[in-house]
Design a binder for this molecule. Structure first.
Ligand SMILES: [Zn+2]
Length: 280
């Protein structure tokens, strides 16, 4: 028997983005992503938002936005807000309680500002150790991104040590995207996970890289465009499915539907549903 997780509507591929820090350049990033229908997770430091009325000198690269400007930017969009530490510290250098506070206070602030649950995170500087992972878990974080990359499209197995496919500065970014788009998928569902900082496009004068990437991967029936937490929830819904010993009956204890494929046949199991899987 060959059983595989699928993304919504049985899609076999998903694309998700993860961008860090509070900079103004994220307004342009959101404008581009919205134009292409691509979703992103924004990892924010709620202790480093700009004060109202701040003015930056010309040629300042790091220009944090105010909390109000961020709230306005993301209001009514499908993008996700996630934790990046209250003050962007090296969490692994702090005492466990200080690390926990950095994560939990950031989470509480972001939930207050944006009026939604915040369950995701990206480690500031991408650095962490086992205690950092424990602190994230204790703070109610379900996934956290590192800056390690795989150049592959595997669905993450260790969500609290999440590795990306690549950073957008990767010299073969478009080749990787092209490979992802054209790869026929018969078995495991595939994820392209891109990360970066919006200010890097301004610094490097290469917003065209993002445009080209979006042009290549947007508008495909085969790809699910999702935030990080949507990918997490879809995968975990599948992983929580309860099967009978003969795998012919399945119960979905989650609220979201589960999408799967068994021996080439597609099944959708609604949240709370017990289903007999008719098979050939
Ligand atoms: Zn950062």
């Amino acid at each position: 028997m060959q059983m595989y997780m699928r993304f919504p509507e049985w899609r076999k591929k998903a694309l998700t983005l993860s961008y860090d820090d509070n900079g103004e350049q994220n307004e342009k990033l959101v404008e581009i992503l919205n134009r292409y229908g691509i979703k992103c997770t924004f990892n924010l430091n709620s202790g480093l938002f700009a004060q109202e009325g701040v003015a930056y000198e010309k040629n300042t690269l790091f220009r944090p936005m105010t909390a109000a400007r961020w709230a306005k930017l993301l209001k009514g969009t499908p993008h996700e807000v996630a934790v990046h530490g209250l003050t962007h510290p090296h969490l692994e250098e702090m005492s466990p309680s200080s690390a926990l506070y950095e994560i939990l206070a950031d989470r509480a602030n972001l939930e207050g500002i944006f009026g939604r649950l915040v369950r995701g995170m990206a480690y500031p500087y991408g650095t962490y150790n086992d205690e950092t992972v424990s602190a994230a878990k204790a703070a109610g974080i379900v996934y956290s991104r590192t800056v390690e990359y795989t150049e592959k499209f595997d669905v993450p197995a260790d969500w609290l040590r999440l590795k990306a496919t690549c950073w957008h500065t990767h010299p073969e970014l478009l080749d990787l995207a092209d490979r992802f788009k054209n790869k026929p998928v018969w078995d495991n569902a595939q994820l392209f996970y891109l990360w970066g900082h919006a200010y890097e496009f301004e610094r490097d004068g290469n917003w065209n890289v993002l445009e080209d990437f979006c042009k290549l991967l947007s508008g495909s029936e085969e790809i699910w465009y999702a935030t990080n937490i949507e990918v997490y929830d879809c995968v975990e819904t599948y992983r929580r499915l309860q099967f009978s010993a003969d795998s012919r009956t399945v119960y979905n204890p989650s609220a979201l539907p589960a999408w799967l494929e068994i021996d080439g046949r597609r099944y959708k199991i609604e949240g709370g549903e017990t289903k007999r899987l008719e098979r050939g």
